[in-house]
Design a protein around this ligand. Structure first.
Ligand code: GDP
Ligand code: ADP
Length: 269
């Protein structure tokens, strides 16, 4: 029956209204409210149960069996979520190592507080000054494996052939449900997974003004050994070749200008 409810609140609302009409639609009328809710993007069984608790609908209830008050509250909830999801937007910022993704993200975090920056989980150790839960959720391999097993990650990847990084999904769905602007700063592999999982996301490729400038930034950052720098530049060549897969390309010449161009995407039609 879930097939009757394509993703998207409005269609869920239409299914509910059909179940409550005088039409002869036994499938909709017998559809469990729990199944209607879990057919929506980002709502699993636990969330569906919590929502039904808030709406005072018993876990086993079917659409056709709801009382007048329950129907009205469920319809209002679906309509409100549809409006919020319609106004929220997910922007994914990716690009070659040392192009300035972290710098542009930090600038956006400081200058555009209404943009909700996703906090990734990673198995790498924190660097001096990095705070758990702010820069990253620093977890060990067992915990990262559990997050994968429990399908808690929207995407994840092994980056620079060393540590794993992933985007916890529940905070993203809560933020999108609330109509927030959400931004991920992730690597190319992760961006591709987000594009598959959430086609409505806007994928941004951050470009250096030139290859020479990219090399200068990587070496100037001074956080890698010479051989690691060489390895990352090889990766950067491959990543630059993938830029056509992205919806938008932004050149990071000046951090403030690049950040503005990224943030403007949240309000672009
Ligand atoms: N796929 C994916 N990549 C991530 C995530 N978080 C960070 N990254 C990428 O991992 C790479 C490593 O980031 P970081 O550990 O800060 O080290 P840096 O690249 O040396 O600055 C960067 O290219 C980030 O874009 C994530 O949640 N998922
Ligand atoms: N617009 C820019 N102009 C000059 N240097 C920059 C610019 N943006 C970033 N940088 C510098 O380039 C280096 C790499 O930036 P970083 O944010 O670590 O890149 P990434 O997160 O993409 O690996 C850092 O030293 C940073 O200060």
């Amino acid at each position: 029956m879930k097939a009757a409810v394509a993703s998207g609140e409005r269609s869920a609302l239409e299914v509910a209204r059909a179940a409550w009409s005088d039409a002869d639609v036994p499938a909709e009328k017998s559809l469990r409210v729990r199944d209607l809710l879990t057919s929506l993007p980002g709502i699993g069984p636990a969330r569906a149960e919590a929502i039904m608790g808030d709406l005072r609908i018993a876990p086993s209830k079917r659409l056709g069996g709801l009382g007048t008050r329950q129907r009205s509250e469920l319809a209002d909830w679906l309509a409100a979520r549809g409006r919020k999801r319609g106004s929220s937007k997910l922007v994914v910022l990716a690009g070659p190592t040392a192009v300035g993704k972290g710098t542009v993200s930090a600038y956006i975090r400081e200058q555009y507080p209404d943009v909700n920056l996703s906090v990734s989980a990673t198995t790498r150790k924190p660097r001096p000054g990095e705070v758990d839960g702010v820069h990253y959720y620093f977890v060990d391999d067992d915990e990262f494996d559990r997050m994968i097993r429990d399908r808690e990650l929207l995407e994840w990847a092994t980056v620079h052939n060393s540590y794993r990084y992933g985007t916890p999904r529940p905070p993203i769905d809560r933020a999108l449900d609330a109509g927030d602007k959400v931004m991920l700063e992730i690597d190319l592999q992760g961006a591709r997974q987000v594009r598959d999982a959430m086609p409505e996301a806007v994928l941004v490729f951050l470009l250096p003004p030139s290859w020479e400038e990219l090399v200068r930034r990587l070496i100037g950052r001074g956080t890698e050994s010479a051989e690691e720098q060489a390895r990352r530049l090889d990766t950067a060549k491959v990543e630059l070749a993938a830029q056509d897969e992205f919806d938008v390309r932004i050149v990071n010449s000046d951090v403030g200008t690049a950040a503005r161009e990224v943030v403007d995407l949240f309000t672009a039609p």
